[in-house]
Ligand binder design. Structure first.
Ligand SMILES: O=C(O)CCC(=O)C(=O)O
Ligand SMILES: [Fe+2]
Length: 410
């Protein structure tokens, strides 16, 4: 069932209140104030100099407000190929909203069994095949963030049970209608929300730069950023407003400002800090350095945007994607999306996401080191070696040199 409402911040704790109840240790606090004092002093000299050189920080630089429509890249249609391919009218809806589904990929019993197996894989196996190093695991444990959400990254290519779901024709055929015949699943991950756990904050991404220096995906042909990759989100347990369903601003892939502003800040953090008051510098640095994952950062920038361009999220349609266990949706991650908190007493919400792209898109082209923000600071890790799952068609393209996974032994 889909419901609509208009309150983007429903159910999220404001950052000021989060920081009022979350204390850093004394060396972290001293370091923050040291940088904030330094920035405040240096800005008296550097800001005018940068202004004279025409290099002032501009939150709204390079902003292309209207990214416009995209064309789908696949040609197979249900009308001709039957099975699970999409009909022309489903394609038209997707072009308009950036969302396909929810549609059923397994029955309730199969979804329940898979959810239980995933819990078991997490408890007994994922630590052996994790993409993260010891430092990250240690920090996640220390801050109570050790969960399938982090340990589950890229595990789809390492276990048959997950692999088989991610390449199933009920997913691969609709994806072929949208993306083309030669497809890879370049990343998989889990989204679990335990009772009482906060929602995922609103975010938007086309080519998955996240906190890296370069995007993780780079198309070889000019491609609308909304269709460089698509995400399949499979509910393994029921998800509704109470257990933390996914929420999405329909058609928001047409406006890339949210992601662009995040990028502008990442690319010139010092310039941005110099545009802020002392207390804002402190709040910004502690959110960037000492929260786990990227979602509090997204909230920080969202709160800034609400003050700078209050109209950015006017006239939007939010779809609450309530889904039964075993249903999935396909969406463009450039659609600004989020999820509710899990306010239930005892139900764990669990979803598995597969991220799909064409084999002629470079995956991890740049040997860059990623940083996982954690509560003890950002910790580097390397995911360039993570191979993609071959989904259908030819996984190798003469234009790219993507690493392709072998079917796992177990
Ligand atoms: O499940 C969630 O809470 C967030 C999912 C999400 O952001 C994604 O699949 O990209
Ligand atoms: Fe997301």
């Amino acid at each position: 069932m889909n419901t609509k409402d208009h309150f983007m911040t429903d159910g999220y704790e404001a950052l000021d209140s989060y920081w009022a109840r979350t204390k850093l240790n004394s060396s972290q606090t001293i370091e923050l104030h040291f940088i904030a004092v330094l920035t405040t002093v240096l800005k008296l000299i550097i800001k005018p100099l940068r202004f004279l050189l025409g290099k002032s920080f501009d939150l709204l630089a390079n902003i292309d407000e209207d990214l416009g429509e995209f064309d789908v890249l696949g040609s197979k249609r249900k009308e001709e190929y039957k099975e699970n391919y999409l009909s022309q009218s489903e394609i038209d809806k997707f072009i308009n909203s950036g969302i396909h589904g929810p549609f059923q990929v397994m029955n309730t019993k199969e979804a329940e069994d898979l959810a239980n197996e995933c819990d078991n894989l997490f408890k007994n196996h994922f630590h052996k095949t994790t993409a993260f190093g010891e430092d990250i695991l240690h920090s996640l444990k220390a801050s109570n963030d050790y969960s399938i959400n982090y340990l589950g990254f890229f595990q789809g290519s390492k276990y048959r049970r997950l692999w088989d779901v991610l390449v199933h024709p009920k997913l691969s055929q609709p994806l072929q209608s949208l993306l083309g015949d030669d497809l890879l699943c370049w990343r998989s991950q889990f989204f679990e929300k335990k009772p009482g756990q906060e929602g995922t904050f609103w975010h938007q991404t086309g080519t998955f730069r996240e906190s890296d220096e370069k995007p993780k995906l780079e198309p070889t042909n000019p491609t609308h950023p909304a269709i460089v990759q698509l995400t399949v989100w499979i509910a393994l347990r029921d998800t509704n407003k109470e257990t933390g369903c996914l929420r999405m601003i329909e058609g928001s892939f047409r406006d890339g400002r949210f992601e662009r502003i995040v990028t502008n800040i990442q690319d010139d953090l010092f310039g941005y800090l110099m545009s802020l008051s002392y207390s804002e510098i402190i709040k910004t640095l502690k959110t960037i350095w000492y929260t786990t994952g990227n979602f509090k950062k997204a909230q920080l920038i969202f709160e800034k945007i609400k003050k700078t361009i209050p109209s950015l999220f006017n006239d939007i349609t939010i779809r609450n994607l309530e889904m039964k266990a075993g249903e999935a949706i396909i969406f463009t991650s450039l659609n600004t999306h989020a999820s509710y908190a899990n306010t239930s007493d005892d139900r764990v919400r669990l979803a598995m996401a597969g991220r799909y792209t064409r084999s002629d898109v470079h995956v991890f082209k740049h040997e860059s080191t990623s940083i996982l923000p954690t509560k003890s600071g950002g910790i580097p890790y390397n995911i360039n070696h993570e191979p993609s799952i071959p989904v259908c068609g030819n996984p190798k393209s003469p234009k790219t040199n993507n690493k392709i996974a072998e079917y796992p032994p177990i």
